[in-house]
Design a protein around this ligand. Sequence first.
Ligand SMILES: Cc1ncc(COP(=O)(O)O)c(C=O)c1O
Length: 405
Amino acid sequence: MSRAHHDFATHLAQTSPSPIGLEINRAEGSWLYTCDGRRYLDLIAGIGVSVLGHGHPAVHAAITSQLQRHLHVMVYGEYVLESQAGLAAYLARILPAGLGRVYFTSSGAEAIEGALKTARKYTGREAFAAFDGAYHGDTMGALALAGNSGFRAPFGQLPGPVLHLPYDDESALEAIDERVAAVVIEPVQAEGGVRVPQKDFIQALRRQCMRSGALLIFDEVLTGLGRTGRLFALEHFDVVPDMVVLAKALGGGLPLGAFCGPDAILGVLSRDPPLGHITTFGGHPLSCAAGRAALETIIAQGLSERAERIGALFRRQLAEALGCQVVEVRGAGLLIGIEFAEASITRQFVEETISRGVIVNWTLNADRVVRLAPPLTIGEDEIDFALTAMKEACAVIGRNLGSGG
Ligand SMILES: Cc1ncc(COP(=O)(O)O)c(C=O)c1O
């Protein structure tokens, strides 16, 4: 065992009894290179972060240039920093009209918390609504929205009340009434098992929020910035929410989150009392510079359109290649779910595929679903490599099942 591996096992707080534990030496493009001389095709892109692959030169150049000017100089929102203000203005240009006020954070969960607090302050209401299968992060407020009660249970009383509604079920939306400050939803659920809702459902949700006065918050932490074949997943539904939450790809590989909305809504954060919602590191200049470079590259290279095209091809090829253990291959763009008949098969598939040099993982709230979120730059030859590994993994599983193993 290497020194780093020993320190990892001994001194890092663990989040599961069985971490993947690959010791990463370097990463480039769609590939991770481990200290034992192996390489792995990264089909999860650091859980949806590395949309340009690893080590993109445009991002590196932006980081180097910002590094030479300055790093942290003041808490968020006090000094005028070109990197921060420039990224906010850029987001305002690409988000739907009217959502052009941006509050930067350091992570997705922190951005969700900010959006929840803003909604309470703006509406004067307390309750929230969220959906079965949802994942919005692990801070107390974000966790209160979680769609899997098993993850909420160990932590006692969480902020609320929260109405937990079935996802993609129009008939349940009437429960959203004048007690609700905000409804938080992933426009495509990721950890819930890669579920793409009906357009009618999202449109009905928009109408119900209008009727009840609840704010509609889209959590686009994973779906934003090209992943689903649109720059924002909201574009699939012809709906404009009241706030959009971003993170993951937003920092180009550095930590960055944001919640974005109209002046009237985000304006409540500046008064009664002033400085009532502040953060030290939110919108770090290095993250904003990297994020701006990443976003410009995504748009200049048409990567969301590419995600739509390559994603459809990949899904079709997966459905053809993987055979009988697979119940369904689904998704939007390059957010892909492979649903297996049983959780035990899903676990075996993940292990067998990783052992063949392709990184995949399952989802938190749907243990029969493997979620793929590769870099949007993934090559067609790399997809072929992945398909071969997955096909072999399925063949091994098929043989084990056949022999009763
Ligand atoms: C949809 C969604 N929302 C929020 C979060 C939380 O983001 P973070 O891990 O940056 O706090 C995640 C993280 O996986 C996510 O997938």
